[in-house]
Design a protein around this ligand. Structure first.
Ligand code: DGL
Length: 273
């Protein structure tokens, strides 16, 4: 049997916040990361476009041999995951698997709130899809979920402005708007993998009584659990501690930013799709 790396996909840099936690949790496996930086952000694009871009990237991972791909992007998970799993995967290779980030997060969100009032911050696409409302309702029908779309937060990260003083205004604005919807919110989920990069600023504007949740460790633990429950899939994944990085955008730019986000030097390869 051929052993191949686990694929991790995001529209840009955000998935690196997930990959970092996955590598911490499961260091033995090989990983290949693809950031579609040339076409980011996805968050304001239509369903058709996000689906088409995501499918193209997922096919690329499968062509590389990856048996398992994680969509480390909420927007792609909200708008493309289900359709690819149900309509495309059987025709591509029914033995391959594609997992997203919304379900594992929704499964445990109830453990992180005492009031039962949760805030979800995401891209316009994720919020408009209502995916979190639908998924959380399945596991915790009594939890009240309020959502806030923060369309400018991803560009702040992609364009390296997430530490700039100018970012403060937009970070505060969206947190205030979320908390105004429901003053009993005691847990805010950062439902976009780019947002943990803004954590320092977010914490400045969130009351101490509110917990801010990023998804990296949740997705990493869920993947570990998945691989334990599917030893056949765990067997198909190669384990040489190798990591490779691809971007559809500018390689030098990716290397500079991504090394900071990931916490170690990265040498990416340019991918032309
Ligand atoms: N990081 C992605 C997410 O989790 C999307 C960012 C974007 O491309 O808009 O939603």
């Amino acid at each position: 049997m051929q052993h191949q790396p686990i694929g991790i996909f995001d529209s840009g840099y955000g998935g690196l916040t997930i990959m970092k936690e996955i590598v911490n949790q499961l260091p033995g496996y090989d990983y290949v990361y693809l950031g579609d930086n040339a076409r980011a952000p996805y968050g304001t694009r239509s369903y058709e476009t996000v689906y088409a871009y995501t499918l193209q990237c997922v096919k690329w991972f499968f062509e590389q041999g990856c048996p398992l791909v994680i969509l480390a992007c909420n927007t792609a998970s909200a708008k493309a995951l289900r359709t690819i799993q149900q309509n495309d995967l059987p025709g591509i290779d029914a033995t391959k698997r594609l997992l997203g980030v919304i379900r594992p997060t929704s499964e445990i969100i109830g453990q992180l709130t005492s009031t039962g009032h949760v805030g979800v911050m995401g891209t316009t696409g994720t919020v408009q899809s209502n995916s979190y409302l639908i998924e959380i309702e399945k596991f915790y029908p009594d939890i009240k979920v309020s959502q806030e779309a923060c369309p400018i937060w991803v560009p702040l990260v992609e364009y390296n402005e997430y530490r700039s003083p100018g970012a403060d205004y937009f970070v505060k604005k969206h947190i205030d708007q979320l908390l105004q919807q429901d003053d009993q919110i005691d847990a805010i989920l950062l439902a976009c993998t780019h947002y943990p990069l803004l954590m320092e600023k977010i914490m400045q504007f969130v009351p101490h009584s509110v917990t801010v949740i990023s998804q990296g460790h949740i997705v990493a633990e869920s993947l570990q659990d998945y691989l334990q429950r599917h030893p056949d899939m765990a067997d198909r994944c190669s384990k040489n501690e190798k990591r490779s990085f691809y971007t559809t955008g500018d390689v030098a730019d990716f290397n500079n930013h991504a090394s900071v986000f990931f916490g170690e030097a990265i040498e990416a390869v340019k991918l032309v799709l």
